[in-house]
Design a protein around this ligand. Structure first.
Ligand SMILES: Nc1ncnc2c1ncn2[C@@H]1O[C@H](COP(=O)(O)OP(=O)(O)OP(=O)(O)O)[C@@H](O)[C@H]1O
Ligand SMILES: [Mg+2]
Length: 229
């Protein structure tokens, strides 16, 4: 699904307390691209990702996910699109501590009303894909940071999404583990044609994507090529 952003602006708060988080942001990401979004702290990266994923509202402009003009959609329509077409990976993994690895991975399928047994089989397949099948019955507290991030990636891909959004996916990991995680996202991008959009501070991560969109003070100041952070 092509991602199209036109004249996107976003302000938090009002009057004196207003913060302009995004100003007239514009770009297109084609299906199957792997793109990093970089820029200094507070420049609007997470805000942009949340808007693209339909988690945050916008003030003006347009956001299209494929044929869907999500700037005109209500929460329920967007929630359905998120569940069926998008996967998420976060810096802090966001796993449920009282569920095992495979149960965490199965969650989006259960939320989408899949039968539990089918959800379990698909969760195990996704864990196999990220090389963690032997840890399927472990709890997050019994896994390393890199392993937990692989569980989170398995959860992101279990519904076979067209797009994966990742916000600082390597932020909590050491360099070697970070490289493994990026390698895994590259593999998904190349083998399945999944669009991968990664917000990152890490020059190693940005250096591994074909395209980098750089933000500063809410504006796109560079778009294209690999770039330093
Ligand atoms: N919910 C909110 N309410 C008010 N202001 C917000 C909110 N979320 C973000 N902001 C402000 O909007 C601007 C952009 O924030 P954002 O989180 O998108 O930055 P970022 O580039 O992701 O930063 P970092 O690299 O530190 O994660 C910042 O000035 C921030 O303080
Ligand atoms: Mg952020």
């Amino acid at each position: 699904m092509r991602i199209t952003v036109k004249g996107l602006s976003k302000t938090y708060g009002k009057g004196e307390a207003a913060t302009k988080a995004l100003r007239e942001v514009q770009f297109t990401i084609e299906q199957g691209e792997m793109v990093s979004i970089t820029g200094p702290s507070g420049c609007g990266k997470s805000t942009l990702l949340h808007i693209l994923a339909g988690i945050e509202s916008i003030d003006s402009g347009e956001v299209w996910i494929g044929d869907a003009p999500i700037h005109t959609w209500d929460d329920k329509e967007i929630a359905n699109l998120r569940l069926t077409k998008m996967g998420f990976v976060f810096q802090s993994f966001h796993l449920v501590p009282v569920l095992t690895a495979w149960e965490n991975v199965a969650l989006p399928l259960i939320a989408a009303h899949q039968a539990p047994e089918k959800a379990r089989v698909r969760a195990l397949d996704a864990l196999r894909e990220v090389g963690l099948i032997e840890k399927a019955n472990r709890y997050p507290s019994q896994l390393s940071g890199g392993q937990n991030q692989r569980v989170a990636i398995a959860r992101a891909i279990v519904g076979k999404p067209a797009i994966i959004w990742a916000d600082e996916p390597t932020g909590a990991l050491d360099t070697d583990t970070a490289e493994q995680i990026i390698g895994m996202l590259e593999m998904l991008n190349q083998h399945h044609g999944t669009t991968v959009v990664i917000v990152t501070h890490d020059p190693m991560v940005a250096g591994r994507t074909m395209r980098t969109i750089r933000l500063q003070n809410g504006r796109v100041i560079r778009d294209g090529g690999t770039a330093q952070c």
